[in-house]
Design a protein around this ligand. Structure first.
Ligand SMILES: Cc1cc2nc3c(=O)[nH]c(=O)nc-3n(C[C@H](O)[C@H](O)[C@H](O)COP(=O)(O)OP(=O)(O)OC[C@H]3O[C@@H](n4cnc5c(N)ncnc54)[C@H](O)[C@@H]3O)c2cc1C
Length: 430
């Protein structure tokens, strides 16, 4: 819609949703449905900076959009307190997500990994359904229009956009975090929340982001290799801070793949406080130093390389032996065996950084959930403002958890904002 043509004489809306990403479209839909169920229409506008809506939804899950996961619990998330995250997740469950998309004409299927995708294998069908349902529920979509300021005049919110002001009694702020800024989620929404009195957690770092190794590190020579691993983050004192098992991809600049992506936010969050905190990689998940040592001793004659090649890709087995200086075909010296055992089960990863928000799938940090009333997602510091989605200090592991957070928090914010709008008696026109 051409906002320019209308901005000067736009009437105050009941609800202004900033913006129309996953959480925003869902919140707008539920606001409209709540009003319809109450038999009293309300005015809902969703404004977004993007020329084409839903860029992030379209690229999600490799273009297939991993909409949710068969089992979602607070333990799948980091950031705010698990009890607070659970309270929101329980309001809109996976079963409700499945039913919602089915009713919207997008049946979902569960894959072996537990991830749910549309049976169409097309993210486009997910985006189209979200836009269709929001529109059907009465949402006016206004874009491209970037909100640059958000303030309050008495009980009226005023959103300043490049194309004019928008006024509303309630605002649902769903501008996402800072990941994939070219999609429109460039972090301005965090500043808007701050301008209305909210604090932001510190630091705010990329989540689900590939990690970098020093140039020329031996792992980078294995570029293209993908295999199951166990990744552990330990403090300088050796305390286990995070552990996960999953696929790891060696790249020409470092490491990626689900296990590394899941570990990334934990490493990035820890490094400022504990510069010596280290990620360790076990190339044979399930095996311990003791079990590998036993194996090497039992099969002493065959040598380390032969044993490792039975369990690991040839390229990796050779590289590990070279790095441990355990290349001899037959008997390993005790020292060489120890070096090999240690490298196979606990390769230290001298991470130098991350690939940044430009490629990160999510944002770790944001507005703390403690500043929001969980039953309505209404701000505790700015009445009438509701918040949802990745803007909040909640980030999920890989597997559909971030979208489930967007659906659940968007549902709560949209339904509650509409209920509050409906509680205000309609202005008499007689
Ligand atoms: C490459 C990639 C793949 C992903 N794959 C998956 C997946 O398969 N499954 C999963 O669960 N999660 C996935 N995610 C994460 C998921 O996309 C996000 O967590 C989710 O989209 C967050 O929803 P949101 O509505 O809070 O924010 P966003 O989807 O980021 O939407 C925010 C919206 O706000 C708009 N906006 C921002 N600032 C302004 C402003 N100032 N004025 C107006 N509009 C503004 C943006 O244009 C955007 O439309 C992926 C992310 C990426 C980057």
């Amino acid at each position: 819609m051409d906002l320019l043509a209308h901005s000067a004489r736009r009437p105050r809306r009941d609800i202004l949703v900033i913006a129309a990403g996953a959480a925003g479209l869902f919140a707008a839909t539920w606001a409209g449905r709540t009003a319809t169920a109450a038999g009293r229409p309300i005015t809902i506008t969703a404004v977004d900076t993007a020329r084409k809506l839903g860029a992030k939804i379209l690229v999600a899950g490799g273009g297939r959009c991993n909409v949710t996961h068969e089992r979602v619990a607070e333990a799948d998330y980091a950031g705010s307190s698990p009890a607070a995250i659970r309270k929101v997740l329980r309001r809109f469950t996976v079963a409700e997500t499945v039913a919602w998309f089915e009713a919207a004409g997008v049946p979902l299927k569960v894959e072996d990994t537990g991830k749910l995708f549309p049976t169409s294998d097309s993210a486009r069908t997910v985006l189209d359904a979200l836009v269709r349902e929001a529109t059907r529920a009465g949402t006016e979509l206004v874009h491209p229009a970037r909100v640059t300021q958000l303030g309050k005049e008495g009980d009226c919110f005023v959103a300043t956009t490049e194309a004019g002001d928008l006024r509303a009694s309630r605002v649902i702020l769903c501008t996402g975090g800072k990941s994939l800024p070219k999609s429109g989620s460039d972090g301005t929404g965090l500043r808007l929340a701050q301008s209305l009195g909210h604090s932001l957690t510190s630091p705010i770092v990329p989540s689900l982001v590939p990690l970098l190794l020093p140039t020329g590190h031996w792992i980078t020579t294995l570029s293209g290799l993908t295999l199951p691993t166990a990744v552990t983050l330990r403090s300088a004192t050796g305390k286990k801070l995070f552990a996960t098992t999953g696929s790891t991809l060696c790249t020409h600049v470092g490491l990626s793949g689900p296990a590394i992506l899941d570990a990334s936010r934990h490493w990035l969050m820890t490094r400022d406080a504990d510069a010596a905190a280290t990620l360790w990689l076990n190339w044979l998940p399930g095996e311990s130093p003791e079990s590998i040592d036993r194996l090497l001793v039992e099969h002493q004659r065959r040598g380390g390389l032969a044993l490792l090649r039975e369990r690991l890709p040839d390229r990796l087995a050779r590289t590990l032996c070279q790095q441990a200086e355990a290349v001899a075909g037959g008997d390993l010296s005790r020292e060489a065996r120890k070096r090999l055992v240690s490298l196979v089960t606990a390769t230290p990863l001298p991470i130098t950084g991350d690939r940044g928000f430009a490629v990160a799938e999510a944002t770790a940090g944001g507005v703390p959930l403690a500043e929001v009333r969980l039953e309505s997602m209404e701000s505790r510091v700015c009445p009438g403002l509701h918040l949802a989605g990745e803007l909040l200090d909640v980030d999920g592991r890989i597997g559909g958890f971030n979208f489930q957070w967007a659906w659940a928090s968007g549902f709560v914010a949209g339904s509650a904002a509409a209920a509050a709008a409906l509680a205000v008696p309609p202005v008499s026109t007689s």
